[in-house]
Unconditional design. Structure first.
Ligand code: HEC
Length: 269
């Protein structure tokens, strides 16, 4: 067989098999080559994994975090009975423990990605309460606490079935396409560990496992809120909170963190 033909056949076989599993494996390979000293478990630390002094400062802050009062407030909101006497925990298996690691997921009946925030609102509505403002403080506090019930659980986002795959691919496309001056991947895939405006750039893998976070220890920030900040910096129109675009992007990004332990909330600079 001619070499070119063989190459074409091999290419089409590998292209036919390419999917989320292969995407993640090849991204991991790329990071291992770019950042050989950083262990996989430490990807959750983002840029703190690249700088020992910053990591030690991070450890100090995390041992007595300024946001522990906010986390207490989140706990109170989580435990506060709805008008009908039930609480959030009644909506989730195991009272909500360890479940956040499976979000977002693709809902076959709704034909869309369901984020953890969507599940919180669905719980409220099923109990006769109004939905919360998606990027609002109350939603941020409730999810900070509720997700902390999954600390240590490994992110386990599934992409199974046609609809799920298509949502994943839409999220992936957004990530690799140029918006404004850059693509998300220009920095968080192609330039990890490099410095831009005095800041090192973190890897995509490990970003979605620790949200909400508190910037400067005080400013409650959700994953979609943080994505919007980067989009603005790129000169792009930030994707709307809770839009199909944002939720598909979150789905793709969280899938990439599969296998890493959850920790919520955390400190970031
Ligand atoms: C020009 C470079 C650049 C581009 C393009 C960019 N970012 Fe960022 N991003 C940064 C820098 C710098 C930071 C702060 C340091 C860090 O944590 O990586 C950051 C931080 C983040 C964080 C927080 C990480 C953490 O652990 O706290 C997320 C999430 C993120 N970016 C997502 C995105 C997404 C999604 C896009 C595309 C819409 C994007 N970024 C585009 C440079 C960029």
């Amino acid at each position: 067989m001619k070499k070119a033909l063989l190459a074409a056949i091999l290419f089409s076989v590998s292209a036919a098999h390419a999917g989320p599993v292969e995407d993640r494996a090849s991204l991991l390979d790329q990071y291992r080559q770019a950042l050989p000293k950083i262990r996989f478990e430490d990807y959750v630390l983002g840029t703190f994994s690249m700088d020992a002094a910053a990591k030690s400062q991070y450890d100090d802050i995390m041992s007595f975090p300024p946001f522990s009062v906010d986390l207490d407030e989140g706990k109170k909101l989580w435990e506060k009975p709805f008008g009908n006497g039930k609480t959030y925990s009644s909506c989730f298996d195991n009272g909500g423990k360890g479940i956040a690691a499976n979000y977002p997921y693709y809902d076959e009946k709704l034909h869309r990605v369901v984020t953890f925030e969507n599940a919180i609102d669905a719980c409220r509505e099923a109990n006769g309460e109004k939905a919360l403002s998606y990027g609002g403080r109350e939603m941020g506090l409730v999810t900070s606490y509720a997700k902390s019930l999954s600390d240590g659980a490994k992110v386990d986002v599934k992409v199974e079935g046609k609809g799920a795959l298509s949502a994943y691919l839409d999220g992936k496309r957004y990530y690799y396409e140029k918006h404004g001056k850059y693509a998300c991947s220009s920095c968080h895939v192609d330039n990890v560990g490099k410095t831009i405006n005095d800041e090192k750039i973190s890897m995509l893998i490990g970003q979605a496992s620790h949200y909400p976070e508190f910037i400067d220890g005080t400013e409650l920030t959700t994953l979609q809120g943080r994505i919007r900040q980067c989009a603005r910096n790129m000169g792009a129109k930030p994707p709307e909170l809770n839009s199909r675009e944002s939720n598909d992007l979150e789905y793709f990004m969280t899938y990439m963190s599969n296998g890493l332990p959850m920790q919520t909330p955390v400190f970031r600079k």
